[in-house]
Design a protein around this ligand. Structure first.
Ligand SMILES: [Mg+2]
Length: 217
């Protein structure tokens, strides 16, 4: 671990804000299918569309004779709408320890697998515009392949910040893998919802709260 970090990048869900309730997202998937004329989709297809590969999305779309891009657009729109409702209702909210990273003396960024529009809603609703840059997933089928563990958006953020020695803070194995692929250190934030969860690769450091971040700099 190298203490001279010049930037800290953060995952969003489960790190900065509480994760979105799974039932809410499942309902949103049903809305998405309905929007493209599919009533009562098999639950297996609902699960697939929650987190598909490009191929599995195509397969589901073909089964229902729907254009995969159209299904994906409907899916993203429904997920953005449902999560905005959760944000506005206060059910999806920042963790209390977010204040610990508000005044870091290094560059900061958000790099999320959530929709770019959802991250925008979070930044504006919770006044997080003190992050230097933020990236969510673009609302196209291409965005599926660019999700973490692929380091695509992480690398974009590092380039935009001009960071040479950064730390990525996440709560999932995909964050640890993406940091490794981008050649930077990973801090695994073990909050209650990932208690006991194993990782395929050792993170650089494991922390229990964002309050540990200033000490790592
Ligand atoms: Mg997360």
């Amino acid at each position: 671990m190298d203490a001279a970090y010049d930037a800290v990048l953060f995952d969003n869900d489960g790190v900065l804000t509480t994760p979105t309730d799974r039932e809410v997202l499942i309902d949103a998937m049903h809305d998405a299918f309905a929007a493209v004329g599919v009533v009562d989709p098999p639950s297996e297809h609902v699960r697939t569309v929650m987190g598909p590969s490009v191929d599995s999305l195509r397969e589901v779309a073909d089964t229902h004779d729907v254009d995969p891009h159209e299904l994906w657009m409907a899916r993203e729109h429904a997920a953005v709408t449902a999560q905005l409702e959760e944000i506005e209702a206060g059910r999806k909210r920042p963790y209390d320890d977010i204040d610990a990273i508000r005044d870091l003396e290094v560059a900061t960024a958000i790099v999320s697998n959530n929709q770019h529009e959802t991250i925008g809603n979070i930044v504006s609703q919770f006044e997080l515009d003190w992050f230097d840059v933020w990236y969510g997933r673009e609302p196209t089928v291409k965005g599926i392949d660019r999700k973490k563990p692929t380091p695509y958006y992480l690398e974009l953020a590092l380039e935009e910040l001009g960071a040479e020695n950064a730390l990525f803070v996440g709560d999932s194995w995909v964050d640890v893998e993406a940091a490794d692929a981008a050649g930077i250190d990973a801090a695994f934030l073990r909050r209650d919802h990932v208690e006991g969860v194993g990782l395929p690769r050792e993170p650089t450091v494991e922390i229990e709260s964002l309050e540990a971040i200033p000490e790592l700099l």
